[in-house]
Write a protein of this length. Sequence first.
Length: 518
Amino acid sequence: MQPWLLSVTGNGDTLFRKMTDESRVEAHASSESSPSVAPLALHHAISRDYLLHHGVAPAGILDDGRLLILLAPGAFTEAISEIASTYDLTPVVQEATRGELERQVERLAGTRAHRDGDEPAELYLATDIGELANEPPVVRYVNLLLRDAADAGASDVHLDAFHDSLTARFRIDGVLVPGPPPPAALQHAVISRIKLLAELDVAERRRPQDGRLRVRLDAGEFDMRVSTVPTMFGESIALRLLDRGGQPISLDELGMSTDLLEQVSRLAGRRHGMLLVAGPTGSGKTTTLYAALQRRERSAEKIVSVEDPIEYHLENVTQVPVHRGAGVTFASALRSILRQDPDVVMIGEMRDSETAEIGVQAAMTGHLVFSTIHTRDAAGTIPRLVDLGVPPYLVAGVLDAVLAQRLVRRTCNRCRVSYRPEAAIMAAIGDYIESGTELSRGSGCRECRGTGYRGRIGVFELLVVDDHLRQLIVAGAARHELYDAAITAGMVPLIADGYTKALAGLTTVEEVMRATEA
């Protein structure tokens, strides 16, 4: 079943039985595993107003050839047989909320516009993303796309141009899943609509562009970063969703073990030095830094951050956005910040030698510096700093610890089942989990959109720089020597922390292997 049709609610068994008796309609009761649904266009004999008035909407064709029909509370059930007769298919009904039904009708209206040969309507800026009624097909589709993405908890929306289509996908819990496809023949108009909202040059299609837009949803306001790139078959767009009303989570919500949480809390409370969070893009590094900042006495300290972009607004923290067009880079902003008498400095990312140098100098002169860095593990951060031009003796002198992390998907609580991993998997994890151990995974349900996962949790490794490690750093030790010394000193490896969470039923061994590339 396509993910945007999975948001039906309730099982409606009593209603379904009554409808079966009265209208000879088969009910599609909720189940743990849902069949696939092929999208369909709105039949020319059925109007949008008819569906809204009767509270019903065709949702797609099931893999067994039956017509899936959504039913809202208070619907006129006689319309079910009329719709099924029009499509000449056997109906099967599924209960939905009124809002879900209206969204499905608007999707169908977009496909109807193309079927009837309508020209794309003139584009204009909507004042509220929730105002869907009587808007042109392109505006309706973009509004619904963004609403669906927010409802699904997506972090990104991808619109990719191919030879004969524009595909829509959502990144949910770090994995791409299909989204509602744009109406045929309106694909270029959809791209133009988003560019208009982001105040980009609609006529410029030969070079990349970056912009921002802000939308209002029932759940609150969202900022979206928009990036366009030209491709062989047209422009592709990526949107990053940033919840303006959202609040950063605390350290104890990230999934750290009790011992690790105590260590990180202690490090976050130091008066000076440097704490780095390492990992690839999308591993939750900035979220961890925000959580660490919340452990500070923000009302009694001067805390300044340089970020690209600012993802959350923190009370009593001076947050400076990077603006390269205006000459505000990490390095230039840091120089000015150090003249602001800060106690704590947060650097969004150490991405070049100049930023690394200024960050180290700030730590040397009595400031506490938080920052992120792109390395695969904690031990790899030290040679990376040296590669950025920081002398080994300065790394050894200012670096307190490196927290490496990944995000793994949580096992869905609703459809969790026990199982024993295959022999090949057990052979790969035999050093961490005993053979024959019973684990758990999700079987797939509506709440997790058939994936078996819902939400994410962090897996971590913390390298604390002690006297022995400082000696190794000054001596120019290789990464594997630093790693071995950290393990000897008590560091729990990233993958071991992940398998511990798999044993506890929080995630799966397959997910840990995927995230850690084990």
